[in-house]
Ligand binder design. Sequence first.
Ligand code: SME
Length: 172
Amino acid sequence: MTGPSEAASLLDGLKASELHGAELRKFAMQLASGLEGYDWCGVYRLEGDSLVLDEFVGEPTKRTRIPVGRGVCGTAVAEGRNLVVADVTNIPNYLSCDIRTRSEIVVLIRDGERVLGQIDIDSHSIGAFDASDERLLEEIAAGLARRWASESRSPRPISTRRSTGKDEMSDE
Ligand code: SME
């Protein structure tokens, strides 16, 4: 459960940043890790049939490559949907990262129909995530997708970009 004011300030922080690619993903995970219950925050990139660990904040994990279809992460890609797991002990397919993890949310990062990867958040509390977290992470995912590559395709001065009145996370 993430309140509207925490969500808004996190999204404002992301939109105000000029970062792209892995640097933006790292910054987004740093911001997310400040939310209550967000004990491990990471991004996986989809490369072929595997999810590859990208930027993360939290304990290092041995789950650096996850085949599509395996675990909560791989199942989300295989089924093409976000997953909210209130109690990971109920999931036979669950891949443990940290013995303290009790609940997990996975939100896909999409560019149109194409899945670029996912945001994966683990919590030490049971039932830490609900629809408010899914909405927030979907907005973060959309911002990450728009600036997925390391460099902006059309760099412009900040003043020009701001004066368009368009979403500052867009490369348009
Ligand atoms: N628990 C995940 C593995 C990734 S870790 O949570 C970082 C899963 O079941 O796919």
